[in-house]
Design a protein around this ligand. Sequence first.
Ligand SMILES: Cc1cc2nc3c(=O)[nH]c(=O)nc-3n(C[C@H](O)[C@H](O)[C@H](O)COP(=O)(O)OP(=O)(O)OC[C@H]3O[C@@H](n4cnc5c(N)ncnc54)[C@H](O)[C@@H]3O)c2cc1C
Length: 436
Amino acid sequence: MQTVKVIGGGLAGCEASYQLAKRGFKVRLYEMKPNKFSPAHTSKDLAEIVCSNSLKSTLLSTASGALKQELKILDSLILKVAEKCAVPSGSALAVDREKFAKMVTEEVQKQPNIEIFREEITKIDINEPTIIATGPLTSQALSSEISSLLGDNGLAFYDASSPIVDAASIDLEKTFSTSRYQKGESDYINCPMDKDTYYSFVHELVNAKKVELHDFEKREIFEGCMPVEVMAARGVDTLRFGPLRPVGLIDNDGKRPFAVLQLRKENVAGDMYNLVGFQTNLIFSEQKRVFSMIPALKNAEFVKYGVMHRNTFINSPKHLNSDFSMKKYPNIFFAGQISGVEGYMESTLSGLIAGLCMARKLSKKPKIQFNNLTITGALCNYISSENVDFQPMNANFGILAPLDTTIKDKQARKEEYSKRAISEMTKIKEAYDLDN
Ligand SMILES: Cc1cc2nc3c(=O)[nH]c(=O)nc-3n(C[C@H](O)[C@H](O)[C@H](O)COP(=O)(O)OP(=O)(O)OC[C@H]3O[C@@H](n4cnc5c(N)ncnc54)[C@H](O)[C@@H]3O)c2cc1C
């Protein structure tokens, strides 16, 4: 059996190694700890969880819940261990992080086909089957090597993205769609605010609770891009001369609104829109509370919240196929946060898919056709589909194909998405005999 090199012993790298090893491949897993630590890692164990210990909801009314069920069907090692290390956390799956990392390390060490090397990798051999899973804090030397491999500036070092909302949840009655200065077609949905709403909005925005950034993140992120709440704090009218400027916009009554938020299509299908210029560092619940003060977004469903953090990730749509292999160098796969997914479980999933697809490729088995009925397929498609302003994506129902039937009740509709995803993943597993 052929040998595969896996670089990075985080969530994605451990999952990918396990998927290859259980299918009979020899794995050489390289982890730079404890010889070298990223600014956020401190434990010598593999699969270290660096921040929150929550792996999010298990409820089927959430995309995280559906994703966990798909991971279970696909026999995820990380999920199995997480369930064994769970600590009480309501309907979420949270883990005792030390126990979790220790147990994943033991499980990986136990695999006769996996050999672990504690070594920083700085060079990639394009002829050697390799999975790069070095995470959001990939070491500098390897980052330079990856940049050369991509051959362009397709490697980003921080993520500063605006929130994204589900198009169906925007109150279009409270919007208008003319273009600025009425030039050409309008690609935007304009969300006006009157004077009182604007000033209340700015007040709440400035005073809302923010995420504490790590010291190593502060300088580079704020240099690159200013959060909307920091801009707002510079003066009550600053946003009206920035992302909320109304100049050149005329509403349906022929008037210029006091302030206007513009929403731009996030994907070709137009079922998701992002809040233009609203990169933010507010905690997620505050984003929902404050941004829902904009009349058109009163009942908006946030497909993804804005984030501003240190994150090494590649421009996946340009460089990756949907199985996480490189378009240019088919022996090289990416997995985890660096592949353009966002979050612990999503990184685990991409490690699983990269490992599984690498194993099938080396065994000359047919490629798996995942589709947008599953969270897995939707994420695989998202990271590999054309997107001029690509930002990493987490599991959410907005990236799935719409349901065939209309279900008015929100909870029931979400559960239906999950049920369909689980049923589809079960069929895919059988059709492709994914136990082997
Ligand atoms: C500060 C911070 C906070 C975060 N908070 C959250 C959160 O609360 N919730 C959430 O869902 N996600 C969070 N994330 C994202 C989180 O990192 C990912 O969800 C997840 O850990 C990614 O898994 P991964 O396997 O891709 O990377 P990691 O888990 O980071 O694993 C990558 C591994 O590769 C190793 N490595 C790096 N370079 C090399 C090299 N050259 N050679 C060998 N080994 C190397 C690293 O030491 C590390 O062990 C956070 C990220 C950061 C940076």
